[in-house]
Design a protein around this ligand. Structure first.
Ligand code: ADP
Ligand code: MG
Length: 245
């Protein structure tokens, strides 16, 4: 008779539950202004599950970009914990952090930061150049073509940024951010330089990519209509994160 020697534990039954991808615990950060240190993040705690879409809103100067930079390992917090997929980022050296930034996190900013002399295809392949994820590098051209087609740029691959509309440039930046198959996509005011129609289109696209590519999405935005398309909205106020009302 077959006797299972391992009993099914309660935790095994929860396997399908999404794991925490990102965890911040009591994160603080201060800048040194001329008039002394200014505390921008005053104990931010946050847990984001894999596959979630999250918007962060809040007044100008409330620290939204700073928070995104801490999550994206561009800034180190003064205190507190930042963990990506269970790994404490404060334990990593600069080379390891650079690899996390290039391979596991995608960034989109208000400005597209595309290389003006390079084509759309060349631009989106930049993160796969030596230093990029090696398994991603081999399949990168194929993946680039697929994603460019997906975002409606299939016939723009050999254009240069100067020949594109604002929306097309931002969509190129989105593909570049996704080319190494990051776990986390961070977008800081991604629609800030777009007209209303292009902004709506980009917001919808980000959400679709969140679902289709399985990338966890955190968007900082002023645009409340965009924010409320996301699965969850949090507000940064006076250096603290609260549920948006
Ligand atoms: P938000 O993105 O919400 O507008 P930021 O994160 O850019 O806010 O900035 C939060 C505060 O930190 C602001 O008061 C800003 O002036 C200050 N700040 C941002 N970056 C720096 C820096 N590198 N040095 C000093 N102060 C900064
Ligand atoms: Mg900002």
């Amino acid at each position: 008779n077959f006797e299972p020697n391992v009993k099914i534990k309660n935790t095994d039954l929860n396997m399908a539950a999404p794991e925490t991808l990102l965890k911040l615990s009591d994160v603080t950060l201060r800048y040194d202004s001329g008039a002394g240190p200014v505390e921008v993040l005053k104990g931010v705690s946050l847990e984001v599950k894999g596959g979630e879409s999250l918007a962060i809103i809040g007044p100008s100067g409330s620290g939204k970009s700073t928070l995104l930079n801490v999550i994206g390992t561009l800034d180190r917090p003064a205190s507190g914990l930042v963990a990506l997929a269970g790994e404490d980022l404060s334990q990593l050296n600069d080379v390891q952090l650079a690899s996390v930034r290039n391979n596991r996190i995608g960034f989109i900013f208000q400005a597209h930061y595309l290389l003006p002399q390079c084509t759309v295809l060349e631009n989106v392949l930049v993160p796969t150049l030596p230093g990029g994820k090696s398994d991603s590098r081999e399949k990168a051209p194929e993946r680039a073509q697929r994603l460019l087609k997906r975002v409606g740029l299939g016939d723009r691959t050999h254009h240069r940024p100067g020949q594109l509309s604002g929306g097309e440039r931002q969509r190129t930046a989105v593909v570049r951010a996704l080319i190494n198959q990051p776990q986390l996509l961070l977008a800081d005011e991604p629609t800030g330089s777009l007209d209303r129609a292009s902004a709506q289109e980009l917001a919808t696209l980000l959400l679709e990519l969140n679902r289709e590519e399985g990338v966890t999405l955190i968007v900082v935005t002023h645009a409340l209509d965009l924010a409320h398309k996301m699965g969850r909205v949090l507000e940064l106020n006076d250096g603290r994160l609260t549920q948006a009302t």
